[in-house]
Design a protein around this ligand. Structure first.
Ligand code: M6R
Length: 609
């Protein structure tokens, strides 16, 4: 979602602000802008709708010379994407950039308008500029003005503020949405994440909820919500070391799909002792599932589908009952929680607002809270009692691919560990599952070889308006994931169903125009899925079957297309079958010509409810 950067610098900052915004592009945005100070001390803004090249063109045309500034990529919540609604929002006294939502902006805006203040945008953000301005105009210092305004704001947000005539300070605030401080040499930075700060520094401190900070050339003064000066640990971020280019690929998504054998291998190495063939949970976790009565999993989007797959694994391999819910539903459905249960949250970014809120809900109920996260510096990682990392590296494409398979990897390892701890799996049971896991990077590399065939298939899929995905068991969540992938990057309407549900409604959709993608490795329930395929075939549906050699031979059907993956143990099938599912969505979107890495309306990290 919205990205924030702020620099108190010693040389002109405009290009550096733009450079940092480029790194935040992956979060999703529809407009961008910067504010710096002119030589006179006046606030000067450059804002543009659309991609960053539009903003860069404005910067190049008349390069601002200010040495302090703030920048922003906006993902619209209040008000359409337009230059007028792009951040920074400003008065003569103050400019502000904002991530999140000011829930009570209407009443505050009415109050400000009642005082004769004129608003120029439809955003909730602008009210912050006016409130702070009002206080400054009444004689308050920038620090006192912000201190008086913050308690009046309701909602979840991160803010960075720039003040007229003050090239020596910026003020940042965090409530709900993350904000980090970057420590440089004689220069200081604010950023919505470590990626934004990576070009400038690797010394980073994260504000805690309710904190606000004044940064100057010399350092940072952090206060908590009571106004007490507090210290927050400065850590070394490895974001600058992370490679964030497309390599030889046309899109980040393609690169990330192809990286999966490698990053799944890295993740495995954190959970598996290759010598003994046993699971070894990450060193710092003495967490045990032995006495857990029930596991409660919550997540959003693709991470939710990873969690749903894990439900099958925890129940099958560990005899551990699992409740799973979409985080935005879970947090409001007033689920009775037992303090003896454990809750598990799954998130790539570790910043998803609904997942974080669900986590806090479980924590407040006294539950032990565990998380599977990719960004270890994230809020979810920091607020969890125990963190299980995925080692996917930075995922830039908005459509989650490698984070998903790394989540599956970590979750399967956790389910196996739980099986041992609970006495459901014996030595042999654990070893055979671990052996299957060890083979997964190789099998995923094999699975990538179907890309050429999928490219051909994607050409015809790019012409349809609707598609169905079917799967059973652990391939049911993958059917949901396949439909989500196709929808989000190709804008083709798609639905995922448990294959057995077909005849309870969706079969009415089947005719010769409906492609039905069936994910069906030759496992114990293969025959059941074949019956469902027959139901589709009888109604003229166009079946695209993803299976293995045995499945292709045993189906007795002639699908329009069969994609054959290597034989593999059922436990690891969702990891390998994710590859053709992702490739199909990717190549279909490429044929259609959509913005694959930054699809319309979507944000990488969804930090509002
Ligand atoms: O960062 P998270 O894993 O918490 O994000 C959850 C979802 O927003 C995310 O998986 C989303 O559904 C992706 N666009 C899917 O490709």
């Amino acid at each position: 979602m919205c990205g924030i950067i702020g620099i108190v610098g010693c040389s002109p900052v405009a290009d550096r602000l733009a450079d940092s915004l480029k790194r935040l592009e992956y979060r999703g945005y529809d407009s961008a802008g910067i504010a710096t100070l002119e030589a006179s001390g006046a606030i000067a803004r450059l804002r543009a709708e659309g991609k960053l090249v539009n903003l860069q063109a404005l910067i190049d045309k008349a390069p601002p010379l200010g040495t302090v500034g703030i920048g922003h990529t906006r993902w619209a919540t209040h008000g359409v994407p337009s230059e007028r609604n792009a951040h920074p929002h400003a008065t003569a006294q103050v400019a502000v950039v904002h991530n999140g939502i000011i829930e009570n902006f209407r009443e505050l805006r009415e109050e400000m308008e009642g005082l004769g203040r004129h608003f120029e945008s439809d955003t909730d953000t602008e009210v912050v500029a006016h409130l702070v301005s009002q206080a400054v105009e009444a004689g308050a210092s920038p620090v006192d003005a912000v201190a008086s305004v913050l308690p009046r704001l309701k909602g979840a947000f991160a803010l960075a503020l720039l003040f007229r005539g003050r090239d020596d300070i910026l003020i940042g605030a965090r409530r709900g949405s993350p904000l980090a401080i970057g420590y440089g040499k004689g220069e200081m930075f604010l950023g919505s994440d470590a990626m934004a700060l990576a070009p400038f520094t690797s010394s980073v401190a994260y504000l805690e909820d309710g904190d606000w900070v004044v940064i100057t050339h010399e350092g940072a003064t952090i206060r908590d919500e009571t106004g007490e000066v507090v210290a927050r640990a400065v850590t070394r971020s490895n974001a600058s070391a992370l490679i964030v280019d497309k390599g030889n690929h046309r899109h980040f998504m393609a690169k990330e799909i192809h990286e999966q054998p490698e990053v799944v291998g890295h993740t495995l190495a954190r959970y598996v002792d290759f010598t003994s063939g046993r699971i070894r949970l990450p060193a710092d976790s003495d967490f045990s599932f032995a006495k857990v009565r029930r596991l409660v999993i919550s997540a959003c989007g693709t991470a939710y589908y990873a969690g749903l797959t894990a439900k099958y694994w925890f129940e099958r391999y560990a005899g551990l009952p699992v409740d799973i819910d979409i985080a935005s539903e879970f947090r409001y459905r007033e689920a009775p929680l037992d303090p003896d249960d454990v809750s598990l949250f799954v998130s790539q970014s570790g910043e998803t607002a609904d997942t974080l809120a669900a986590l806090r809900y479980c924590k407040a109920a006294g539950q032990k809270v565990a998380a599977v996260v990719n960004v270890m510096e994230s809020t979810i990682a920091r607020e969890s009692d125990v963190v299980f990392p995925t080692l996917a590296g930075p995922e830039i494409g908005v459509a989650s691919t490698k984070a998903f398979t790394c989540q599956l990897t970590a979750l399967l390892c956790l389910a196996i560990a739980a099986g041992r701890q609970r006495g459901v799996l014996d030595d042999d049971g654990e070893r055979s599952l671990v052996q299957a896991l060890i083979e997964i990077p190789r099998i995923m590399a094999e699975a990538l070889k179907v890309e050429h065939q999928i490219e051909g298939l994607a050409k015809s899929l790019s012409k349809v308006r609707h598609a169905l995905y079917l799967g059973r068991g652990t391939n049911f969540p993958l059917a949901l994931e396949g439909a989500l992938k196709l929808k989000e990057i190709s804008y083709i309407h798609a639905e995922g169903y448990a294959a057995g549900e077909l005849k309870h409604g969706p079969i009415a959709l089947i005719d010769e125009t409906m492609p039905v993608i069936v994910i069906a490795p030759h496992d114990q329930i293969f025959e059941k899925t074949v019956s469902n395929m027959q139901e589709v075939a009888a109604r003229g549906g166009r079946i695209i079957l993803m299976t293995d050699t045995r499945g292709a031979g045993a189906s007795g059907l002639e699908p329009a297309e069969t994609i054959i993956l290597p034989d593999m143990p059922a436990a690891i099938a969702p990891l390998a079958y994710a590859i053709p599912v992702q490739l199909l969505a990717y190549h279909t979107a490429v044929f259609i010509g959509t913005d694959v890495d930054q699809p319309r309306n979507l944000a990488k990290s969804v930090t509002v409810e």
